[in-house]
Every structure is written in structure tokens, then in C-alpha cells.
Design a protein around this ligand. Structure first.
Ligand code: NAD
Length: 363
């Protein structure tokens, strides 16, 4: 085993069916008195439900979170928090809502950024990371800052029962992507590796059951548990080509986030397969290949089949990408060098993007 450093940076977690009832206790625990509840417009119902549980701890509700966190909305929400005298933010929703909470924490000029209590309702995993993203003048800037890591996360699987099956699958694949890239990260370690493998196994298994019955609470619990683990992986180690490509495609071509992850993942794995055989073996095993797996050749195809079986979008051309943007996407993907098992080669990446555009099975 090679030497490694491991510094745990995880929020406190309250997990389980019905755990939302502990929200008041958790706000007291972080020493806050007045919470601003955040959500997307689509989640007003649940935001109001959460607000109604807070009694005198409620400062207000802000329901204008949108994907990719435009800086204007972060500033508006920050000003709202000030106006209402809020001393913490309760972000209830997916990555967009958690992202807004993070942006408020960054935008607050005081020495003590607004602490975030996150209640995730998708599998994106942002609640477990110190990673933020803010879009300013059409350009999304991302970075890491410990100030944006939520203080507490409440995972209540009941809140995910309403996630439509399509988003359940693509969001689950988004989580699996964090774990898959964590397994071949240059700064990975055995602890994160365990979480990554278990996270993939939990989500892939839950997907099978949820496809038959999206209301299966036990499977919803397993999916959220998996998302938690995959989020921890994302928060602790560096991501590679897959995340870079998704970031480029979403940001530059305005494609839907979870769908892009679902389409790109098998192809990014295929690109890296030969250079990361051990990671591929573990991915294939977690997807159910068993000990007989020849991961390098199998993992990308198994990932493709997982997405296909669960009716995820399979091709960039089906989710709004135009073919005349493929050259530019390849250029952007190699513009900055970053660690990846296989060196970034523009021609090979252009080929990868073409295959993803057409939705061709890897291998
Ligand atoms: P999202 O938060 O935009 O949610 C997608 C849609 O699902 C929204 O319309 C939302 O209202 C709806 N929704 C959420 N929960 C629901 C529920 N329980 N029932 C029904 N509908 C529900 O999408 P996302 O995929 O969760 O997050 C994507 C964003 O998060 C992207 O901007 C991405 O860059 C960011 N992200 C950040 C990190 C990080 O570590 N910083 C990690 C992953 C994703």
C-alpha cells in the first residue's frame, strides 16, 4: 500500500426515515436561532413544510434557487438573510439549493459565514463537499473553500419519494460518477476507496429496485446512503476527465447537469480503462460483475448497460447538444491540464465526445 494522508472533513450527519423531525434540535446544536429556508421554485411545498416545523426559529423562506447559482441570486439571497436577521441557512433540495447556501456563505463578508444545514432531496452529493460553483457573467467558477461545507446534513429518505424516476436514475449516476473517478484519483486513498465501492454498490442496487417501485422506502434509503458515500468521495479527492467534460458541456453548452453525467460516464471510463485496471475491477464488482470481472474491458460497458436498462438518456444529441459544438468541447477539455489516469489527448477526447454524442456502447 502506498503512503497517504487522510483528513476527514465531514459534516455531522443525521440519517434515517423521519429524521427531518430533528431539524429544530440540529439548529439548536449549531447555536443558531433563526433559519432562512432555501429551495428551488419547484420545491416550494417542501420548503413550506420545513418552515412550518421551525416555529420561532424561522426567519423566512427563499425559494428562488436555480441551477448553476447565478451570482445575482446568491447576492439577493444573502441580502434577504441579512434583512430577516437569519443566522443560518437550511437548504432543502438538490445540488442547486445546496449550491445557493454555499454561495451565500461565500458572499457574506462577515468573519462568520452563515452556517448551512443541508437537507438533500436528490443524489448529487454537494452537501458533503467544500466545493462551490457560482456563475458570474455567464461563466461558472468553481473552487474549494472550507467555509461552504455544511455543518449538519439531515438525510431523510422520505423526502426523496417524490423524485421522478428519470431524475432518480440520472442523479444516481451523477453520484456514481463521483465514486468511479474517486477510485482512480491521483490523491485517492484506501478509506475513500471503500466508500466509493460501497457507494456504487448501494446506488446501483437501489436503482434496480426503484425502477420496479419508485416508492420503495428501503431502496430510497439505500440510494441516499450511497449518495452520501459518493459525496464524501467527491469532497475528499480530485476528480478527472469525466467531471471536467461534464463541467464543460453543462457550462458552455447549457446542457442538463445530471443527464450529462449519465451520458458521459461510460465513455470517460472507457477512455481511462487501460490506465486504471484496479479501479475498473472495483467498479465492475460494485455493479454486480462478481469476482470473475475483467474490469478494464467490462466496467465501461456495464455502466452503459446500467444507464440503458434504467432508461437514462444515452446520447448527447438527445439532450440538446449540437454536433457543431463537439470540436470546441474537445478543445476546452484539454485546455488546462489536470490529473487523469490517461494523459489528455485531444484527438482521443474528440472521439470520446463523438461516441457520447451518438450514444454508442463502449468497448
Ligand atoms: P437540482 O438541485 O437542480 O434539482 C433538479 C430538479 O429536481 C429541480 O427542479 C428540483 O426542484 C427538483 N427536485 C429536487 N428534489 C426533488 C424531490 N425530492 N422531488 C421532486 N423534485 C425534486 O439538481 P441536482 O442534480 O440535484 O444538482 C445539480 C447542481 O448541483 C448542478 O449545478 C451541479 O453543478 C451542482 N453540484 C454541485 C456539487 C458540489 O459538490 N458543489 C456536487 C454535485 C452537483
Amino acid at each position: 500500500m502506498r503512503a497517504f494522508d487522510f483528513e476527514s472533513r465531514m459534516p455531522r450527519v443525521v440519517f434515517g426515515v423521519g429524521s427531518l423531525q430533528h431539524l429544530g434540535r440540529e439548529i439548536d446544536r449549531i447555536g443558531a436561532k433563526r433559519a432562512l429556508v432555501l429551495s428551488t421554485p419547484g420545491q416550494v411545498g417542501i420548503a413550506n413544510r420545513v418552515a412550518s416545523m421551525l416555529g420561532s426559529r424561522l426567519a423566512g423562506v427563499y425559494t428562488k434557487a436555480v441551477m448553476h447559482v447565478p451570482i445575482e441570486s446568491a447576492r439577493e439571497a444573502r441580502d434577504e438573510a441579512r434583512r430577516l436577521g437569519a443566522d443560518c441557512a437550511v437548504a432543502v433540495g438538490g445540488g442547486s439549493t445546496t449550491g445557493l447556501g454555499k454561495a451565500i456563505a461565500l458572499e457574506s463578508s462577515s468573519q462568520r459565514p452563515l452556517p448551512i444545514l443541508a437537507i438533500p432531496t436528490t443524489y448529487a452529493g454537494s452537501e458533503m463537499t467544500p466545493i462551490y460553483g457560482i456563475t458570474d457573467a455567464g461563466v461558472k467558477k468553481t473552487g474549494r473553500d472550507e467555509r461552504v461545507l455544511p455543518r449538519t446534513v439531515i438525510y431523510d429518505p422520505e423526502l426523496t419519494l417524490t423524485v421522478p424516476l428519470g431524475l432518480t436514475i440520472t442523479s444516481g449516476l451523477n453520484a456514481i460518477a463521483h465514486a468511479a473517478e474517486g477510485l482512480y484519483a491521483h490523491d485517492g486513498n484506501p478509506i475513500v476507496g471503500l466508500m466509493a465501492e460501497e457507494g456504487i454498490r448501494a446506488i446501483a442496487g437501489a436503482m434496480r429496485r426503484l425502477s420496479g417501485n419508485p416508492l420503495a422506502l428501503e431502496a430510497r434509503s439505500d440510494a441516499l446512503y450511497g449518495a452520501w458515500l459518493c459525496g464524501v468521495v467527491l469532497g475528499h479527492v480530485s476528480m478527472g476527465l469525466h467531471h471536467k467534460l461534464c463541467h464543460t458541456l453543462c457550462g458552455t453548452f447549457n446542457l442538463p447537469h445530471a443527464d450529462v453525467h449519465a451520458v458521459i460516464l461510460p465513455h470517460a471510463l472507457a477512455y481511462n480503462a487501460r490506465q486504471a485496471p484496479e479501479a475498473m475491477r472495483r467498479i465492475a464488482n460494485a455493479l454486480g460483475a462478481g469476482g470473475r470481472s475483467n474490469g478494464s474491458s467490462e466496467a465501461p460497458a456495464l455502466m452503459f448497460d446500467l444507464a440503458l436498462r434504467h432508461k437514462a438518456p444515452m446520447a448527447l444529441k438527445d439532450i440538446g447538444m449540437r454536433e457543431d459544438g463537439l470540436d470546441r468541447a474537445a478543445e476546452l477539455a484539454v485546455r488546462d491540464q489536470y490529473p487523469n489516469p490517461r494523459p489528455l489527448q485531444k484527438a482521443a477526447i474528440r472521439e470520446l465526445i463523438q461516441r457520447a454524442f451518438d450514444g454508442v456502447r463502449p468497448g
